[in-house]
Design a binder for this molecule. Structure first.
Ligand SMILES: Cc1cc2nc3c(=O)[nH]c(=O)nc-3n(C[C@H](O)[C@H](O)[C@H](O)COP(=O)(O)OP(=O)(O)OC[C@H]3O[C@@H](n4cnc5c(N)ncnc54)[C@H](O)[C@@H]3O)c2cc1C
Length: 671
C-alpha cells in the first residue's frame, strides 16, 4: 500500500516555499537535455508547464485531444484571474488571498499549498503581461481589477469576458516558441489512454492517434497529467463537451489516489436548462454579480403567473421582489460564494418561486446598475436634468463596455434583450475541486507521475472561489512544477532513454487495444450518450446540489447497474482505425461510470456539509445560521484519498488529516 505523505516542508508558513526552493536538488542545464517529460493536456496548466519545462531545457512531449492547444477548455474562462497585487489599495495582501481561499474552501484545503499559491499569484500577472496578455486597464493605464464572490477586495484581473482565451494565447505562444526550437514535440489530436509504470515509476503513456486510430507508445522520465476536471460526469455542465476524466481515472487505476471526488462546484449563474435534448449548458460569468442583482418574486402568485407566461418581470413592482441574497447575506449580498448562491437559488425554486416554465430559474437584473451608471455618467458629462431615456442610454453603454460580449451571448441563446429584461439564471455543474491526490510537489502517489491544474485535488478545498482556477493552473504550470519536478529528476540524469520495447509497454498497450476492440465488436443496442445521460440524471438528482444518505446509496447501486448494462449493451458504430468520435466517447463514459460511483461513495462517507458538498443531514438547526450548511471539523477535517481496488465500491479510504496552524477554523458566515 502506498503511504500518504504530503511532504509539506517544515518552518513558518511564509518561509516554507522559499526555503524549500533554496534546498531542493537541481538538474544542471546540460543534463536537462537528456531528460524527457510527457505533459498530457495543454490547457492553461499543461500549456504553461510544457512551455516552462522546455524553456528550462527538458525535452517535452505534449499531448492534447483537440487540433490545437488553443482549443483547450481553458479558453472558455470568462471572468478573470486572481492575484494579490493590491493595485486598488484596498488592503489586499498574500495573506488575505491565502485566508480568503482557505475560508472560501470551507477549511478543507492544505494550508501550505494555498499559501504558496497566494505568494506566486502576483508573479503570474507579471509573466502574462510580459507575454502580451491584454488585461483590462483603468483610465490611467494601470491594470484594472474587479471583485468576485467570497472576498471583500478587488483582486481579479480580466480581459473583458475572454480572460481564459487571452491567457491561453499567452501560454500557447510560449509553447510555440519551444515547438519551433524542437524542445516541445506537440501531439495534437492524440488521446492518452493509459500510463505505463516501470519499477513503480511513471515512464510513459499509451496514446491513440484520433485521426488514424494508430496506438502509440511514448516514453519519458516523468509524466505530468494536466487534463482538466470531470464535471461532465453530470452529462450537462458548463465544461467543454470533450472534458473528461479518462487520463485521471486511468492513473487512478494504476495507483494514483483520487481525492475528494464529491467536491463539485455548482455555479449559480448559468443559462437555465431548456429541455431534454440539450447537450451543453452555458455559463454567464460570475463577474456579472458585481453589477447584477438576483431576485425572484416575493409573492407566490406572481411567480406562478410568470411561469405561465402571464406576467413579465418588468411588471413586478420593486416592493414585490425578493432580493433573497441581499436579504439573507447583507454583508456579501450578491457576491456570496458560489456554493451559497447556488443553494439559495435552489431553495427559492424548490419553494415554488422559480421564474421560467420549468420553475428552475431566478433573475439577474441590471436595471439598478444601468440607472446608477447612467446618473454617474450624466454628472461626469455635465448633463443637467438628463431624461430617463438619456440616463438609461448612458448607463447601458457602461454595462456594455464591461460585459457586452456576455450580454450578446445571452441574447443569442435566449433571444431576449438582457439590457431590457432581466437575465434568467440557474445553477449548473461547473468545476471539480476533487481530483488526483498530490503532495506538496504536485506528485501523485505514483513516483514520477505528477498532476496539475483542475485535474488534481488542488488548493480549493470544498469550494473554489471565482477566478482562482486560472490562478492555480498557471501557478502549477509556470511556477511550482518546474521547480519540484527537477528535485525528482535529479536522480534520473544517468538513466538514459527509456525504451518502449518492454513488457510493461506491451501490457498497457494490450489493455488499451482490448478495450477498443470490445467497443467496436460489441454491437449492442444503446448509444454511448444514452448511458451518459442516464448517469448524468442520477448524479444531478442524487449527488447534486443537496445529498442525503438514502439518495447516495441509491445512486451507488443505480450507477453500478447502469455500468453493468453499459458493458453488455453499448453500441459503438464505425471502426477503430479511423476517426471515430463515438469510440472516443465510449472510453470516456466507461470511466465516468466508475468515477460516478466513487463520487457517491465519497459523498456518503462525508457526513457533513462543507463547501459545495451539502448533506441534508448536516444543517444548523437554530441561531443566526439556521438552515445553513453545518461543517464538522471534529470528524471530517481531512482529505479523502481513495485507493483503487477494482470495483469503485471497494475503494479504500486514506485520510490526510488537515492541520490549521495559521488560520483559525471558524464558521463560514457571509451574513
Ligand atoms: C465556462 C467556464 C468559465 C470559467 N471561467 C473561469 C474564470 O473566469 N476564472 C477562473 O479562474 N476559472 C474559470 N473557469 C475554470 C477554468 O477555466 C478551468 O478550471 C481551467 O481552465 C482548467 O484548466 P486546465 O489546464 O487544468 O484544464 P483544461 O483547460 O480543461 O485542459 C485540459 C487539456 O487536457 C487535454 N486532455 C484531456 N484528456 C486528455 C487525454 N486523455 N489525452 C490527451 N489530452 C487530454 C485537453 O486536450 C486539454 O488540452 C471557468 C470554467 C468554465 C467551464
Amino acid at each position: 500500500m502506498t503511504t500518504l505523505n504530503s511532504r509539506v516542508p517544515k518552518g513558518p508558513i511564509k518561509d516554507k516555499w522559499t526555503t524549500y526552493k533554496d534546498k531542493i536538488n537541481l538538474v544542471n542545464p546540460a543534463n536537462k537535455r537528456n531528460i524527457d517529460i510527457i505533459v498530457v493536456g495543454t490547457g492553461l496548466a499543461g500549456g504553461s508547464a510544457a512551455a516552462t519545462l522546455a524553456e528550462l531545457g527538458y525535452n517535452v512531449k505534449a499531448f492534447a485531444y483537440q487540433d490545437s492547444p488553443r482549443r483547450a477548455h481553458s479558453i472558455a474562462a470568462q471572468g478573470g484571474i486572481n492575484a494579490a497585487k493590491n493595485y486598488q489599495g484596498d488592503g489586499d495582501s498574500s495573506f488575505r488571498l491565502f485566508y480568503d481561499t482557505v475560508k472560501g474552501g470551507d477549511y478543507r484545503s492544505r494550508e501550505a499549498n494555498v499559501h504558496r499559491l497566494a505568494e506566486v499569484s502576483a508573479n503570474i500577472i507579471d509573466q502574462c503581461v510580459a507575454q502580451g496578455v491584454p488585461f483590462a486597464r483603468d483610465y490611467g493605464g494601470l491594470l484594472d481589477n474587479r471583485s468576485f464572490g467570497g472576498v471583500l477586495v478587488s483582486r481579479t484581473f480580466y480581459a473583458k469576458g475572454q480572460t481564459g482565451q487571452q491567457l491561453l494565447l499567452g501560454a500557447y505562444s510560449a509553447m510555440n516558441r519551444q515547438i519551433a526550437r524542437g524542445k516541445i514535440e506537440m501531439h495534437n489530436r492524440h488521446e492518452m489512454l493509459d500510463v505505463v509504470l516501470v519499477d513503480g515509476k511513471a515512464r510513459g503513456i499509451i496514446a491513440r492517434n484520433m485521426i488514424t486510430g494508430e496506438i502509440q507508445r511514448h516514453s519519458a522520465h516523468a509524466v505530468v497529467i494536466a487534463t482538466g476536471g470531470y464535471g461532465n460526469v453530470y452529462f450537462l455542465s458548463t465544461n467543454a463537451m470533450g472534458s473528461n476524466v479518462t487520463a485521471a481515472w486511468k492513473i487512478h487505476k494504476k495507483g494514483a489516489y483520487f481525492a475528494n471526488p464529491c467536491y463539485t462546484q455548482i455555479h449559480p449563474t448559468c443559462i437555465p436548462r431548456s429541455g431534454d435534448y440539450q447537450s451543453k449548458l452555458t455559463l454567464m460569468s460570475e463577474s456579472l454579480r458585481n453589477d447584477g442583482r438576483i431576485w425572484v418574486p416575493a409573492k407566490i402568485e406572481d411567480a406562478k403567473a410568470i411561469q405561465q407566461g402571464k406576467l413579465k418581470p418588468t411588471e413586478i413592482a420593486e416592493a414585490d421582489r425578493d432580493y433573497y441574497l441581499e436579504r439573507r447575506y447583507p454583508a456579501f449580498g450578491n457576491l456570496v460564494p458560489r456554493d451559497v448562491a447556488s443553494r439559495a437559488a435552489k431553495e427559492r425554486c424548490d419553494a415554488g418561486y422559480g421564474v421560467n416554465g420549468t420553475g428552475e430559474a431566478v433573475y439577474l437584473d441590471f436595471a439598478s446598475a444601468i440607472d446608477r451608471y447612467g446618473k454617474e455618467q450624466a454628472k461626469i458629462k455635465g448633463i443637467e436634468n438628463a431624461s430617463d431615456a438619456r440616463i438609461y442610454e448612458l448607463g447601458q453603454a457602461v454595462v456594455e463596455a464591461k460585459y457586452g460580449n456576455l450580454f450578446q451571448m445571452y441574447e443569442k441563446i435566449i433571444d431576449e434583450n438582457p439590457y431590457k429584461t432581466p437575465m434568467m439564471i440557474y445553477p449548473a455543474t461547473h468545476y471539480t475541486m476533487g481530483g488526483v491526490w498530490v503532495d506538496y510537489n504536485l506528485m501523485t502517489t505514483v513516483n514520477g507521475l505528477y498532476c496539475i491544474g483542475e485535474a488534481n485535488f488542488s488548493d480549493h478545498g470544498a469550494n473554489r472561489l471565482g477566478a482562482s482556477a486560472l490562478m492555480q493552473g498557471l501557478a502549477d504550470g509556470y511556477f511550482v512544477l518546474p521547480y519540484t519536478i527537477g528535485d525528482y529528476l535529479s536522480d534520473d540524469i544517468r538513466t538514459g532513454k527509456i525504451s518502449t520495447d518492454t513488457k510493461e509497454f506491451e501490457e498497457a498497450e494490450k489493455t488499451v487495444t482490448d478495450q477498443l476492440d470490445f467497443f467496436i465488436n460489441n454491437k449492442g443496442t444503446h448509444s454511448v450518450d444514452y448511458y451518459h445521460k442516464k448517469l448524468g440524471k442520477i448524479m444531478w438528482d442524487k449527488v447534486g446540489m443537496a445529498r442525503n444518505e438514502k439518495g447516495l446509496k441509491e445512486a451507488m447501486s443505480e450507477i453500478k447497474a447502469l455500468r453493468e448494462d453499459f458493458w453488455k449493451n453499448v453500441k459503438v458504430p464505425g471502426e477503430q482505425n479511423e476517426m471515430n468520435p463515438e469510440l472516443e466517447k465510449a472510453g470516456r463514459v466507461a470511466d465516468f461510470l466508475e468515477l460516478g460511483e466513487l463520487f457517491a461513495k465519497d459523498a456518503l462517507d462525508r457526513n457533513e456539509s462543507c463547501g459545495g458538498h451539502f448533506r441534508e443531514e448536516s444543517v444548523e438547526l437554530d441561531g443566526e445560521q439556521k438552515g445553513e450548511a453545518k461543517r464538522n471539523d471534529t470528524d471530517f477535517a481531512y482529505v479523502s484519498a481513495w485507493e483503487y481496488k477494482g470495483e469503485p465500491a471497494d475503494a479504500v479510504l486514506h485520510k490526510e488529516q488537515l492541520e490549521f496552524n495559521d488560520i483559525e477554523l471558524k464558521q463560514r458566515s457571509y451574513k
